[in-house]
Design a protein around this ligand. Structure first.
Ligand code: PLP
Ligand code: SF4
Length: 428
C-alpha cells in the first residue's frame, strides 16, 4: 500500500500509465485545461478509487481529471490554437491568466465578505456570517490531497507560510472567540485542514480547551482527506498525533465533528478508508458528510442511496446535499434545481429513517443556505417552496417562501418570486 503522500501535478500527466487508453486527443484537451485550472491527484485516487475500465465515464475520474467543457468553448479554442501554433511559455501563461481572470473565482464573495474585526483590525482568514459559527481558514491549509474539478477555491491555493505566521494567526482567532461568547461552533476549513501537520493542527485546536473558550462547544473540521488520502488518519508519520489530539478534545468535552466531503459511495469502499473511519470514531469524533450534486459524478438517486446507506453502516451521519455553486467550471457539473430536487426526493424516500438526516438540496447564497423543500401549486401558479436552513438573519430560518417554478433554473439568481412580487422577503 502506498503510504507516503505524493502529489501528481499537471506536468506529470504523462506519467499516469492508465491515461494512455484515453487517446492522444483527450490527453491534449486535459493538458490545455490544466494550464488554466489547478489539477492535482495522487496514486491512491488513481489506483484505488478510479475504475479505469469505466474511464472516462468513471465518476471519480470525472471528479478529478480536467475536461475541455470546464472552459468556455471559445476560450478553450483560443488556448488550443496557441498551443498548436507553438506559442512560447510566456504567451501561453498570459493567455491562461486572462481566461482564469474571466472565470468567477469568488463564488458568493467567499473571501472578502463576513470578515470580522477585532479592535479595529480586519481578521482575514476568519468568517463570521451565522451567529453561532465562526469559520477559520488557516493559511497553511490552503491545499488538498487532490483537487476536485468543480472547485474554485484555487485562488486560495498558495504556498504554505511559516509556523510563526500560523501561531500569530491562531492567536487572533482565539482573541476573537474569547470576545464572542455567542459562538458555539468553530469550523476549521480550507482547502483541507487535514493537509496540515499535527503540530499546526494543535496550534489551531489545543487552546480551545482553555476554560475561557468553554462556549466553543463544537469543533468541526471540514475535510476531503477521508476520500482523497485516508492514510492521513492511519499511516501518515503523524497520524497517531492527530488521533491523540482528537481524543484530548473529546475528553475535554468538545464535540469533535469531522465534516467529510464525500461525493460517491466508491470513496467509502477501500479497506484504508474504513480503517480511518473506525479510528476517528474510536478517538471520539463524530463524522458527518456533505456533498454537492454534480452532473457526471453523482446525478443519480441510486448513487445517493448507496452513499447514504454505506455512511449509516460505517457510522457516518448524512448531513447536507448541496447544489453546485455558481462558479466558472460549474457549467460542466451543474443541474437544474428541479432535477436536484427529484434526485433528493427519490433518494431519500428509499432509505432508512437513519439516513434521512441529509438536508437539501441546499444553495449556499450570500443571504444564507436556502433549501429547496419541494414544488407546489399556489393560487394556480406552479412554485418552488424554499426556506432558509441558515440565514444572515436568524429570524429568516424555516420560514417558507415561494419562487415561480422554472424547469431550467440552476441557482437562486435564476428564480423570481411567485405571485408577481418584486423581491424575495429577504431582499431589501
Ligand atoms: C454552512 C455554513 C456554516 C454552518 O452551517 P450549519 O447549518 O450550522 O452546518 C457556517 N458558516 C457558513 C458561512 C456556512 O456556509
Ligand atoms: S477537497 Fe474541497 S477545497 Fe479541495 S478541491 Fe475538493 S472541493 Fe475544493
Amino acid at each position: 500500500m502506498e503510504s507516503h503522500y505524493r502529489a501528481v501535478l499537471p506536468r506529470e500527466f504523462r506519467s499516469i500509465p492508465q491515461l494512455a487508453q484515453l487517446g492522444a486527443a483527450a490527453l491534449e484537451d486535459m493538458d490545455i485545461v490544466a494550464r488554466v485550472l489547478p489539477f492535482k491527484t495522487n496514486p491512491y485516487v488513481v489506483e484505488q478509487l478510479i475504475d479505469w475500465s469505466r474511464a472516462p465515464d468513471d465518476p471519480i475520474f470525472q471528479l478529478v481529471f480536467p475536461h475541455r467543457e470546464m472552459l468556455p468553448a471559445e476560450e478553450f479554442a483560443a488556448l488550443h490554437s496557441l498551443v498548436r501554433t507553438g506559442a512560447n511559455r510566456d504567451e501561453l501563461n498570459r493567455e491562461a491568466g486572462r481566461i482564469r481572470a474571466a472565470l468567477n473565482p469568488h463564488p458568493a464573495n467567499q473571501t472578502d465578505k463576513n470578515v470580522p474585526d477585532l479592535d479595529g483590525e480586519r481578521l482575514v482568514g476568519l468568517q463570521h456570517k451565522y451567529r453561532e459559527t465562526v469559520l477559520f481558514f488557516p493559511k497553511s491549509a490552503q491545499t488538498c490531497h487532490a483537487y476536485c474539478a468543480f472547485c474554485f477555491r484555487w485562488p486560495q491555493f498558495i504556498e504554505e507560510p511559516g509556523l510563526r505566521f500560523a501561531l500569530a494567526e491562531s492567536q487572533k482567532l482565539f482573541a476573537y472567540l474569547r470576545a464572542h461568547r455567542e459562538v458555539t461552533d468553530l469550523l476549521v476549513t480550507g482547502g483541507d485542514p487535514m493537509t496540515m501537520s499535527s503540530r499546526r493542527l494543535e496550534l489551531c485546536l489545543e487552546p480551545l480547551m482553555a476554560p475561557e473558550l468553554d462556549h466553543v462547544q463544537n469543533v468541526r473540521i471540514g475535510t476531503k482527506a477521508l476520500s482523497f488520502w485516508p492514510h492521513r488518519f492511519v499511516s501518515d508519520p503523524d497520524a497517531d498525533e492527530v488521533m491523540r489530539l482528537i481524543e484530548r478534545l473529546a475528553r475535554a468535552g468538545k464535540h469533535v465533528a469531522i465534516m467529510a466531503h464525500i461525493n460517491h459511495a466508491v470513496e467509502l469502499s477501500t479497506s484504508v478508508v474504513q480503517r480511518a473511519i473506525a479510528r476517528l470514531r474510536s478517538a471520539g469524533a463524530q463524522i458527518r458528510s456533505q456533498s454537492p450534486v454534480l452532473r457526471h459524478v453523482n446525478d443519480d438517486p441510486a448513487v445517493w442511496q448507496a452513499l447514504w446507506r454505506e455512511q449509516v453502516k460505517l457510522g457516518i451521519c448524512p448531513y447536507y446535499m448541496f447544489v453546485a455553486r455558481d462558479t466558472g467550471a460549474r457549467s460542466r457539473f451543474d443541474l437544474p434545481l428541479a432535477r436536484t430536487l427529484e434526485i433528493y426526493r427519490e433518494a431519500i424516500r428509499g432509505v432508512s429513517g437513519l439516513a434521512r438526516t441529509a438536508r437539501g438540496p441546499s444553495m449556499s447564497t450570500s443571504a444564507g443556505k436556502i433549501e429547496i423543500q419541494g414544488t407546489a401549486e399556489v393560487s394556480g401558479e406552479q412554485v418552488f417552496v424554499l426556506s432558509f436552513l441558515q440565514g444572515r438573519q436568524p429570524e429568516w430560518v424555516k420560514k417558507p417562501f415561494f419562487a415561480r417554478f422554472d424547469a431550467k433554473a440552476t441557482w437562486i439568481d435564476d428564480l423570481v418570486p411567485a405571485g408577481g412580487a418584486r423581491h424575495f422577503f429577504f431582499e431589501t
